[in-house]
Design a protein around this ligand. Sequence first.
Ligand SMILES: [Zn+2]
Ligand SMILES: [Zn+2]
Length: 215
Amino acid sequence: MIDLHTHSLLSDGALLPSELIRRAEACGYEAIAVTDHADVSNYEFIIPRISKACAAASSRNSIIAIPGIEFTHINPDDIMYLVNEARALGARIIVVHGETIVEPVTPGTNRKALEAPIDILAHPGLITEEEVLLAKKNGIFLEISARKGHSLTNGHVARLAQQHGAQLVLNTDAHEPSDLISIEQAKKIALGAGLAPGDFDELLKNSRSLVNRAA
Ligand SMILES: [Zn+2]
Ligand SMILES: [Zn+2]
């Protein structure tokens, strides 16, 4: 499994980054990105700490651990600035918390995120065709989510992405150990979103290309 969207106790996850990474490795993961929730209040605090934990884990374990960040409920007009700041601080996978239908994410977040140099737009909800085209144009990956609630619109996201040739990745958005999944479970979630078995291989390839880009 390659999972590029997870949370540690540096935001609202249950585990230390080191334990999250070790548990993922024990589940058979090939790579994990630790992408804690951040807004203007904490990104400068958590990025260097996530980076430290990922560097320590990668030197000791076989799993590839990548420092990241998930900008969450930030002002859409601040996205460009914060993404550039996060890159400079060492975040190598930048996720924006998209317009999921289960939270009051500010309208316009999907669009502003897709105009910024991010890697993944997470759980983009009822994303529009125009936004999907923007994701394709800017090489930003749209997320199929394993998480309760956010996953309600997986079918919509998968259908529009396939229709317009935007690239997809599948992530857990794990907050606790039981949220980590096997590759078999990931495949079932992809099929449940209406994707074909061959499309799942494509999703894995997309995740691998992001890992290579971040390495
Ligand atoms: Zn999120
Ligand atoms: Zn998340």
